[in-house]
Design a protein around this ligand. Structure first.
Ligand SMILES: *Cc1c(COP(=O)(O)O)cnc(C)c1O
Length: 458
């Protein structure tokens, strides 16, 4: 069964490699390959966001034609149960009728006016009435923009320049945050992209997650210079690095002691682990929160919110400038309203989170019964497959890069069995309200088979 040899093509060089593979043939990708060739003529790497290029997994990137509920169909007609969910926004699944209908209704009256509409307040009210942590909000068009603006706000309020971020947290592609740790306990960051002035990186201090001593040392070294600490309270962009609650509480304390603002970047965790995101889950109050992904119901929306006092520093009320041509446009607001209206219904999160927990527990039980070095980390409806035996992984340094080879095999076996995961082992998966128990049963079986193959390929 497992000894057949097959030639497959990697997406990058069309280089032939040989691999022992399982008893399922590779899915057809001729149409996707054709579309990819065309896209490469027009876009760097053939894509408009790098991870989509399938550089870390086998084969040509799949070009998607349609999504409905928890399912996706690609250009070759392959059908998948989708656990990527557009990287998080689709908590209700694809093509949800309430979102689609609301968008169509609003679109009848035009798409954008560059002037206020009632819909912005409707979405803001829905959020703020159900969230203890913010009093005012500003909508942007992406998570990156929300984070960039939140940092500017923190600097404007504190009149300080330096910021602290954590290795392994992603905050979008804004200059000050595309910075990785250098060596040493407390370091100025090194830029992690070309094109970022060193002077920007010099204002960003990068430390390890879940490390109180490093945080303390940074505050001692840069007394009265730190505008804000920014963290993904549920780091979910580089594996799922679940933090100890008391680490987040410690950040709250040390920020208070130093008149530094605490920013929770909840672009991925907001409205995901509960309506109030990680702040609500851990009951730790940030000074500024950023949102994105789920908030727009599948359309481009980001937001940042804080107390009325802090938000009064934003223009036109205050001196911190921030604007956007399409910010709060009616169509995007409509999608957000339709989606969040479903999420505030009683029992929504309980059902989704329980369903995910049962799914993940069954996978873990199977892997453990076979003694596979494999763990599924999970919180709410977020999960991460890690090829490890560590009970906890709380820092990016604790992830073994070699384990990604196993993910690569797993990803291909899953595609061949109709399961779509994001094309990188550092990415988390999501369960949506559209994944039925039957879908999850089907997915489990495919996951068990794929694990068997991965661990036979040692
Ligand atoms: C996705 C993400 C961002 C960036 O949001 P975009 O909408 O892609 O710009 C920022 N922070 C976190 C935590 C994210 O998950």
């Amino acid at each position: 069964m497992f000894d057949s040899i097959k030639k497959i093509f990697t997406a990058n060089q069309n280089e032939e490699i040989q691999l022992v593979y399982g008893d399922k043939p590779d899915i057809p990708r001729e149409k996707s390959a054709e579309l990819y060739e065309k896209a490469k003529q027009y876009f760097p790497g053939g894509v408009n966001s790098p991870v989509r290029a399938f550089k870390s997994v086998y084969g040509t990137p799949l070009f998607i034609e349609k999504g409905d509920g928890c399912r996706l169909w690609d250009a070759d007609g392959n059908e998948f149960i989708d656990f990527c969910c557009s990287w998080g926004p689709l908590i209700l699944g694809h093509n949800h009728p309430k979102i689609r209908e609301k968008i169509i209704e609003v679109m009848q009256n035009g798409l954008t006016f560059g002037a206020p509409t009632a819909l912005e307040s409707e979405l803001a009210e829905l959020i703020i009435k159900n969230n203890r942590f913010i009093e005012k909000i500003r909508f942007t068009s992406s998570g990156t923009e929300a984070v960039m603006s939140a940092i500017r706000l923190a600097r404007g309020v504190t009149k300080r320049d330096k910021i602290i971020k954590f290795e392994g947290c992603y905050h979008g592609h804004t200059d000050a945050l595309l910075v990785k740790a250098g060596s040493g306990l407390v370091t100025f960051g090194e830029t992690s992209s070309a094109g970022i002035p060193k002077a920007y990186a010099d204002e960003t201090i990068v430390i390890s997650l879940n490390d109180k001593a490093a945080v303390k040392a940074a505050f001692e070294q840069f007394k009265e210079q730190i505008a804000c600490v920014i963290i993904e309270p549920i780091p979910a962009n580089n594996g799922l690095l679940l933090q100890d609650k008391d680490f987040l509480e410690y950040l709250r304390e040390i920020c208070d002691e130093n008149c530094t603002l605490l920013i929770f970047d909840e672009v991925i965790s907001g409205f995901r682990v509960g309506f109030e995101g990680a702040a609500g889950y851990y009951d730790v109050k940030p000074d500024i929160v950023t949102y994105g992904k789920i908030i727009g119901g599948g359309l481009p929306v980001g937001a940042y919110g804080a107390s009325a006092g802090i938000m009064s520093n934003i223009s036109p009320e205050g001196g911190v400038y921030q604007a956007g041509t399409l910010s709060g446009n009616p169509v995007a607001m409509a999608a957000g309203i339709a989606q969040l209206s479903e999420l505030v219904k009683s029992g929504f999160y309980k059902e989704l989170n329980t369903k995910t927990e049962q799914f993940v527990d069954a996978i873990q039980r199977y892997a453990s019964s076979k003694n596979y070095h494999f763990r599924v980390f999970q919180i709410g409806s977020i999960f991460w497959f890690a090829f490890t035996d560590q009970e906890k992984i709380q820092t990016s340094e604790a992830i073994n890069p070699k384990s990604m080879n196993k993910f690569k095999l797993m990803h291909r076996e899953l595609l061949n069995r109709g399961i779509y995961l994001g094309p990188s082992g550092y990415e988390v998966g999501f369960v949506s309200a559209a994944h039925s128990k039957v879908d999850l049963e089907k997915a489990k079986r495919a996951i068990f088979e794929s694990l068997d193959i991965v661990f036979k390929n040692k």
